[in-house]
Design a protein. Structure first.
Length: 516
């Protein structure tokens, strides 16, 4: 039984939790301690594999099992003890364990997540580098990976205790000996305390297209925004750098937006643009006239980069006024960017109002881009209270010119077909051939077949003649892939003079030959 001194060293909640777990796992085992040592049993019930490699931990450098842990051996001898007693011995031995004990103890804990978690937390406190080496060794073994519980605890706690040590360890191991997530987990943890070191890791290690919390970046940026911006520019790291620069821009705009824009104007790359646009949005949101005065005096090239963000902030309070200013003062690509910014700002407040704004515009490339902005927001959050409802979407889309409708369908046909197939079906039936890209009918037909083949074929038959045969062939081919017998039975039941019989069969044969 564990002595009182040891019990006092353990948090009360840990003892209670462990005792509860012991009662649960011990109910199916012997209730009294017996003599002898059952060869195949462990102190903690193990439902996983018994070998070192299968357990996910390298137990000994030379391979095989070596009785180099008196504590692990004693715990094996206690396999017939009652549940609570066994758990108290387990906790006592974990508290007193030396580095040499942990590999064997890990084998005993395999299959029991609670025991493995307790062992992992103690191991990372005592010998984190040995724990890391054991995990890497397991990854080289037949199992191909160490215990996930061990790995997660190590990469959660070690960076907090000794970031330089964990970085050095990961740099010593080849990419083939680790999982990609290892470096990501370490970089995330380090960035939570040290944004500069974390950003450097994201830049130096091959970690791409991930999002991280930038909570710590706020204080870092506020302390010296110019330094933070310069450091971020020197250590680009895809999405992470973008998020960081957005945060820096927000912090810098709160203290000296003009200085921030002067700095950003001299940075021609994408991160410089991200910084500048965030500063403009923040500044214009607080004081539109000051931001407008600065922008009016800026170089035309700088104005072109920032005008969209400026009018986006303006549109949140006065979308009609912002749009009128753009149409009266801009042209070409600058107008297109600005109008998209206006609609983006309006859509953040009320998507239906943004749609009405687009519908009231004259046909143009700017209107087509603005319609795409509305569609993007519609599909991003279709359940929002401010989202465009299917019936409203149909009415709105029907009011647009041919270029706007066609660009809308070009970009969003897949998402519309997946999210609202019936509303898309109703629109395509009423749309003109000029408004519908060649792939839109077929995209919807294939999507509808997966839910209801007969409904899909019925819908394709209602399209204009040329489009009907093309979309119908796509639907039939999809059905034949999913349910070949049912599809052919339906085809053979068509009247002999039905043009679909010959067309669908010829297309199906052509697809089959192409796939050979």
């Amino acid at each position: 039984m564990m002595n009182r001194a040891v019990l006092k060293t353990l948090p009360g909640v840990l003892v209670v939790a462990a005792a509860g777990l012991g009662l649960t796992v011990g109910s199916a085992l012997q209730r009294t301690c017996g003599g002898g040592r059952p060869a195949a049993k462990a102190a903690i019930p193990a439902h996983g594999a018994a070998s070192a490699v299968e357990a996910g931990v390298e137990l000994h450098e030379g391979g095989g099992r070596v009785d180099d842990s008196v504590r692990a051996t004693r715990l094996e001898d206690l396999s017939m003890c009652a549940g609570v007693t066994r758990w108290l011995h387990w906790l006592d031995d974990l508290e007193k364990a030396a580095p040499a004990d942990f590999p064997r103890l890990a084998r005993l804990a395999t299959g029991n997540p609670a025991a493995m978690r307790l062992l992992a937390e103690r191991w990372v406190q005592t010998a984190p580098r040995q724990m890391f080496d054991a995990i890497v060794a397991a990854s080289r073994g037949k199992a191909g990976a160490a215990s996930r519980e061990l790995t997660d605890v190590l990469l959660e706690e070690w960076p907090k205790r000794d970031p330089n040590a964990v970085i050095a360890a990961l740099n010593e191991v080849s990419e083939f000996e680790m999982q990609p997530r290892w470096r990501f987990l370490v970089a995330v943890r380090i960035m939570e305390k040290d944004p500069e070191l974390g950003l450097r890791l994201f830049s130096e290690w091959p970690i791409e297209n991930v999002g991280v919390s930038v909570k710590a970046v706020t204080a870092w940026a506020a302390a010296n925004p110019r330094h933070a911006a310069q450091f971020t520019l020197e250590h680009p790291a895809c999405r992470v750098s973008t998020s960081v620069m957005e945060t820096i821009g927000k912090a810098w705009a709160a203290t000296d937006p003009a200085q921030a824009l002067e700095f950003a104007a001299g940075q021609p790359g994408p991160l410089g643009t991200v910084l500048a646009n965030r500063v403009v949005k923040e500044w214009a949101g607080r004081n539109l006239s000051q931001a407008g005065d600065w922008l009016a005096k800026a170089d035309p090239q700088v104005q072109g980069r920032l005008i969209g963000s400026f009018v986006e902030a303006w549109a949140k309070d006065d979308a009609s006024g912002a749009l009128a200013w753009c149409q009266n003062n801009l042209s070409g690509s600058a107008l297109i960017r600005a109008v998209s910014g206006v609609v983006t700002g309006a859509a953040e407040k009320d998507l239906a109002t943004a749609g009405q704004l687009v519908a009231a515009m004259d046909p143009s490339s700017a209107r087509a881009e603005a319609a795409a902005v509305v569609a993007q927001r519609w599909f991003e959050n279709p359940s929002s209270n401010t989202a465009v409802k299917p019936a409203e979407a149909l009415a709105w889309l029907s009011s647009l010119d041919t270029e706007s409708v066609r660009r809308f369908l070009d970009r969003f046909q897949w998402r519309w077909a997946a999210s609202e197939p019936e509303s898309m079906a109703a629109f395509l039936v009423s749309a003109s051939d000029e408004q519908v890209p060649p792939s839109a009918d077929s995209t919807l037909a294939r999507q509808m077949v997966r839910n209801n083949p007969l409904r899909a074929l019925e819908w394709t038959a209602s399209l204009p003649a040329d489009r009907a045969l093309s979309a119908g062939s796509a639907a039939f081919n999809e059905w034949r892939e999913l349910q070949p017998e049912a599809a052919m039975t339906w085809l053979n039941a068509l009247p002999s003079d039905d043009p679909r019989r010959r067309t669908f069969l010829q297309n199906a044969i052509g697809v089959s030959r192409k796939n050979l």
